[in-house]
Design a protein around this ligand. Structure first.
Ligand SMILES: C[S@@+](CC[C@H](N)C(=O)[O-])C[C@H]1O[C@@H](n2cnc3c(N)ncnc32)[C@H](O)[C@@H]1O
Length: 252
């Protein structure tokens, strides 16, 4: 499939993001948080399914830490899967799949979707599929963009259907049958910079340009993400942030 679906995504983003991901403070900081949550909340996990895995950056970081797990990444667009195969020639099963359909039945310890469900009108169908795919007692990790008031040209360019409130994400997860473990804001310390970039800049629709920053600035942003991550890990709940991380569990 090569054409963007309604909501969906524009597969032309995959090339540029593939160049940026490994260095970008945003991809690294978010992935640090995801891997921490995975190991803290689901320490006995041995299998992991990621929906909408894009270029495979997140699942590759999981693979590096847990090379012996069963790892499956699915993605709507072949362009993303092609990059994921370059990044991970082996060790991860990569499959083309529309996340609104689910072929798995209670076979993963943890399922995840990172910055995916906000692209899909039928997000509740995706969450219902994730509920089916994860084992009873298993875990769910989801990240989404936060705050309606932060909506900008960048969301339009990214093919977002919406940005979430904390209450809305919690409600969709509960409606799908999950028990919430934690919903945490992140990109909180950098929120003022994000607001300036998104709401004040003329060319705010150029998502890649926002991430393609000079190395010293990228390093400083990553330091802020690391400091913030340490606070989140210590239990601090920021009242606001560019994104939300939800941790939930399918009841036994
Ligand atoms: C912002 S990207 C995130 C990619 C990856 N999860 C990451 O965090 O690097 C959104 C991803 O969702 C995928 N996506 C959008 N609609 C989808 C659908 N219906 N089924 C599967 N993937 C979908 C896009 O193709 C894209 O790879």
């Amino acid at each position: 499939m090569t054409s963007p679906s309604p909501g969906g995504y524009d597969p032309r983003h995959f090339d540029k993001l593939f160049e940026l991901e490994a260095q970008s403070f945003w991809f690294r900081g978010r992935s640090d948080l995801i891997n921490w949550a995975l190991d803290k909340h689901f320490p006995s996990a041995r299998s992991f399914l990621e929906l909408g895995c894009g270029n495979g950056y997140v699942i590759d970081r999981v693979r590096q830490i847990h090379p012996d797990w069963r790892l499956v990444g699915t993605e709507l667009f072949e362009e993303g899967l092609a990059k994921a195969r370059i990044r991970m020639p082996s060790g991860v099963e990569l499959t083309q799949l529309d996340a609104t359909t689910n072929p798995y039945d209670a076979e993963f310890d943890v399922v995840g979707a990172f910055d995916v469900i906000e692209h899909i009108e039928a997000a509740p169908a995706v969450l219902a599929g994730m509920y089916q795919a994860v084992k009873p007692g298993g875990g769910l990790l989801v990240t989404v963009p936060q705050h309606k008031w932060l909506w900008s040209e960048a969301d339009v360019a990214a093919h977002h259907v919406k940005r979430y409130t904390r209450r809305e994400l919690a409600g969709e997860l509960r409606d799908a049958g999950f028990e919430l473990v934690r919903v945490a804001s992140f990109v909180s310390l950098l929120l003022p910079a994000m607001m300036a970039s998104r709401l004040l800049k003329k060319d705010a629709g150029n998502v890649e340009e926002e991430l393609d920053m000079a190395a010293p600035l990228n390093k400083a942003c990553y330091a802020a993400m690391r400091f913030e991550g340490a606070l989140v890990r210590a239990g601090v709940n920021f009242p606001a942030g560019g994104s939300l991380l939800a941790v939930a569990r399918r009841p036994l």
